[in-house]
Design a protein around this ligand. Structure first.
Ligand SMILES: NC(=O)c1ccc[n+]([C@@H]2O[C@H](COP(=O)([O-])OP(=O)(O)OC[C@H]3O[C@@H](n4cnc5c(N)ncnc54)[C@H](OP(=O)(O)O)[C@@H]3O)[C@@H](O)[C@H]2O)c1
Length: 249
């Protein structure tokens, strides 16, 4: 079967787990070559072993902007370009402000915001070049959250602030890049069952509005990202919000 992303080169941050790993699986299945970025090499190696030759491992901390740039430059050097950036790496600590540890606040800003900025800044010149090539478009997809549009409950504080910032940045980038055919999209899920929600953060803003019917699966979000990336060049999906069926905010 011919994949709809045959011949494309993609970078997925936070590919060692959850939504990022599911997204890497989808992109490889659609024919892309995928650079898997995250800090844990063992997890990336295990995923790459399953995905085969079109998945490659790049251990990196997205909060380290120089390291992210070096990684993206390596991918471009090895493959001749970059078509897709999926900004997915994220961290959430949902403690109420009075009980919060400031290092957790800083980590959320570093991963959820600085990480997105670092990868996007490093990737953008390459994406602009790719969009002027035969595919006719290139893509930045950032995995945000319903917490990027509304502050749904106590404990959202810095997590929601970082996701709101990603929304603002993305919208501005979209305006700047539209005429050069780099599509800029946000995929904003509600509660998803992943390590982030399994690790005891039950007072998370997304979790606080969770449906009794449960939560989304990482594959549901990966499928939304697939939808964004496989539209014809004339179609730019700017924002996809998906929630478990009864989650209202
Ligand atoms: N789960 C939910 O309910 C939910 C809802 C809405 C939005 N989201 C968003 O979805 C995205 C993915 O989260 P997830 O739910 O799939 O959680 P997850 O399973 O915990 O995955 C988080 C990923 O981010 C990576 N990461 C964290 N810090 C990093 C750093 N400093 N440098 C590089 N990679 C880093 C982790 O890899 P390493 O630890 O190996 O570095 C891991 O691959 C996040 O942006 C999150 O905010 C999640």
């Amino acid at each position: 079967m011919t994949g709809r992303l045959d011949g494309t080169i993609a970078v997925v941050t936070g590919a060692s787990s959850g939504i990022g790993a599911a997204t890497a699986r989808v992109l490889v299945a659609e024919g892309a070559t995928v650079a898997l970025l995250a800090r844990r090499p063992d997890r990336l190696e295990a995923l790459a072993a399953v995905l085969g030759d079109r998945a490659e491992v790049h251990p990196v901390d997205v909060a380290d902007a120089d390291a992210v740039r070096a990684t993206i430059d390596t991918v471009v050097r090895d493959h001749g370009g970059l078509d897709v950036l999926v900004n997915n790496a994220g961290y959430g600590s949902m403690r109420r402000a009075a009980r919060a540890d400031f290092t957790e606040w800083r980590a959320m800003v570093d991963v959820n915001l600085v990480g997105v900025l670092a990868a996007t800044h490093a990737a953008l010149p390459h994406l602009l070049r790719a969009a002027a090539g035969p595919r006719g478009v290139a893509d930045v997809v950032s995995v945000s959250s319903t917490a990027g549009r509304t502050v749904s409950g106590p404990g959202s504080n810095v997590y929601a602030a970082t996701k709101h910032a990603v929304h603002a940045f993305s919208e501005s980038l979209r305006l700047e890049c539209a005429s050069r055919h780099v599509r800029v999209a946000l995929v904003a899920p509600g509660l998803v069952t992943t390590a982030m929600t399994d690790s005891g953060r039950r007072d998370a803003p997304d979790a606080s509005t969770a449906s009794p019917l449960g939560s989304l699966r990482p594959d549901d979000v990966a499928d939304a990202i697939r939808h964004v990336l496989t539209r014809p060049p004339r179609v730019a999906v700017h924002e996809l919000v998906l929630r478990p069926i009864e989650q209202v905010r």
